[in-house]
Design a binder for this molecule. Structure first.
Ligand code: HC1
Length: 570
């Protein structure tokens, strides 16, 4: 370590520490609109974080200037305050002053900083043209007028997700962030993961808001409106109501949805358990009958679109299982409608998902095996949070309520689908017991939990070492897919790939802000909910057993093939 001085305070830091992070250690928060350590973004684009370094003529950007031994830094002088204000005003010059009608009102870093700096006027004339809003995508909308060119979205799209659907470019002397080749977003390689939304400091990119369609369905007496909630939402929505990140809000979410007037509240954790039955059986069939191995999970729609775009020749590795969200939609309009004696045409299925890509998945034309579009509307966690606020519910003080039959019981194994490694762990808990007929005593597979990019385990199952891999974040998927393509993963049986960093708990539809620490806390919340549940293995779920007895007969049976499995688009 070495020492430097920041605003008169001496501090010891490690080599490589940037001034901005060093200042934080002495309790000085240097403002920034672009720096984001979580994703390694330190391009110094916004120039808000300027500081004085003694002996230097020009102000330095604190986010990407390394601290040095003996350095004397000042962060709060008249020159710095004036420079920051001018920079803010220049940004605001071109920013629409639409705060009250912006989706990020109250959650906007630019708005916060303008308030912090006490900006009361903007002295410069607008320089940018007015750009059209890009609403070509079913999931994500871009408003270039609000973009402040921080480039976080470009970094996350290129470096974290290896997708590169958007780029930073100069066009006719004008700097822009835009989809590659200026194409509408829907026509690019965008996989709809929404990680760009999570890092955007303003409202330049956001989910397609479909709350109005849900309110309308709820008000329609002809419709029987049902809802399902994804595993990751159980530990995230409390963030929007001041509860500690990772709090299990399952029962309160059910209560809120029931108060909205939903006719039934179902749990996607139930179909996560069903997925384990189908996908586990598919794996055993592939192992026993010389099928394509390793099998790869298919529940994460951003990941599916990524393979379809970038590795179409590897599609036969994907499990044919639909995602739990789509399984539940298909069953709501068949099994459930039949049980209740309701015309499936009147059943309206809403999903609450941590994910923007789920909007795309539900809209895929092939997702209609029930005879209707299986899922009608997908809302992100953020949209549900806004509806709860709009309805005036005191969320934190709602009672805990239970889900409805016949699709309301989910095991701990279904719950952990929401965290990276969880689908694999759930599959191992079941596969071991179904193959060996013995009880698995140690059901916690610690090796495949947590935020390490690629994880691995080998589990002895009746003389066969089942070898598995787990990855999250598409740049890690890319590493695995290149190895698979090169024939280096022949010894493996099963791979779990989740599109978003951390798995669904870090999905692009989750509350603003979602960073690494939030991901860690939601993962901890996920495993503690699993531990607290009596039922922790998918094959022991009584409602799943009943579904097979009453309707599907057996995993991979005729009805399962019809309703629960799919094919992919090369
Ligand atoms: Fe997920 Fe899944 S775990 S994909 O991450 O398999 O979105 O939460 O709902 O469908 O169950 C998301 C989460 C979710 C599906 C399940």
């Amino acid at each position: 370590t070495f020492a430097l001085t920041i605003d008169g305070q001496r501090i010891e830091v490690e080599p490589g520490t940037m001034i901005l992070d060093a200042a934080a250690q002495v309790g000085v928060k240097i403002p920034t609109l672009c720096y984001l350590k979580d994703i390694g973004h330190d391009v110094g684009a916004c120039r808000i974080c300027t500081v004085e370094v003694e002996g230097e003529k020009e102000l330095k950007t604190a986010c990407n200037t390394p601290a040095a031994a003996g350095m004397v830094v000042r962060t709060n002088t008249p020159a710095i305050r004036e420079a920051r204000k001018v920079t803010m005003e220049l940004i605001l010059t071109n920013h629409p002053m639409e705060c009250p009608i912006c989706v990020r009102n109250g959650l906007c870093e630019l708005q916060d900083l303008a308030a912090t700096f006490g900006i009361r006027e903007v002295r410069f004339p607008r320089t940018q043209p007015v750009y059209p809003v890009d609403d070509s995508s079913v999931a994500i909308i871009r408003d270039p007028n609000k973009c402040i060119l921080c480039r976080r979205c470009v970094t996350v799209c290129q470096q974290v997700q290896s997708v590169s659907a958007i780029e930073f470019k100069k066009v006719d002397g004008e700097a822009v962030v835009a989809p590659v080749l200026r194409a509408p977003l829907a026509e690019t390689n965008c996989v709809n993961c929404g990680q760009c939304i999570l890092v955007c400091p303003v409202g330049a990119i956001y989910e397609r808001d479909e709350t109005a369609r849900v309110w309308a369905a709820l008000a329609d007496p002809q419709k029987h409106v049902v809802v399902q909630t994804a595993p990751a939402t159980h530990v995230s929505i409390g963030d929007m109501f001041g509860m500690p990140t990772g709090t299990d809000i399952t029962g309160k979410m059910v209560a809120a949805l029931r108060r909205f007037g939903f006719d039934a509240v179902f749990d996607t954790n139930f179909t996560a358990d069903l997925t384990i039955m189908e996908e586990g059986s598919e794996l055993l069939e592939r192992i026993n009958n010389g099928g394509v191995l390793p099998q790869i999970t298919s529940c994460s729609p951003g990941w599916i679109k990524y393979v379809e775009h970038f590795y179409p020749e590897l599609l036969p590795h994907l499990s044919t299982c639909k995602s739990p969200q789509q399984m539940l939609g298909a069953l709501a309009k068949t099994y459930y409608a039949k049980k209740k004696g309701i015309d499936p045409a009147d059943v309206f299925v809403v999903s609450i998902m941590p994910c923007t890509a789920k909007k795309f998945e539900a809209a895929r034309p092939e997702m209609n095996d029930s005879g209707h579009q299986d899922v009608d509307v997908v809302l992100t966690s953020r949209e549900l949070g806004r509806m709860i606020k709009e309805a005036g519910l005191d969320f934190a003080n709602l009672p805990d309520e239970d889900y409805d039959e016949p699709m309301g019981i989910g095991s701990g194994a279904g719950q952990i689908f929401g965290a990276t490694g969880g689908v694999m762990e759930a599959a191992l808990r079941t596969a071991y017991e179904l193959v060996t007929g013995r009880t698995l005593d140690r059901i916690d597979f610690e090796d495949i939990r947590g935020l390490k990019g690629i994880k691995e385990a080998a589990v002895p199952v009746d003389g066969l070492d089942v070898k598995v891999l787990v990855s999250h974040g598409l740049s890690n998927a890319e590493i695995l897919m290149n190895k698979l393509r090169a024939g280096e993963l022949k010894d493996y049986h099963f791979i779990e790939i989740m599109c978003c960093p951390g798995g669904c708990i870090g999905g692009g539809g989750q509350p603003i802000k979602t960073g690494t620490l939030d991901r860690e806390r939601r993962i901890a919340g996920t495993y503690s909910r699993d531990k607290a549940l009596q039922l922790r293995k998918s094959h022991e779920n009584p409602q799943v057993k009943k579904l097979y007895e009453e309707y599907l007969e057996k995993p991979l049976g005729h009805r399962s093939h019809e309703l629960l499995h799919t094919t992919y688009v090369a």
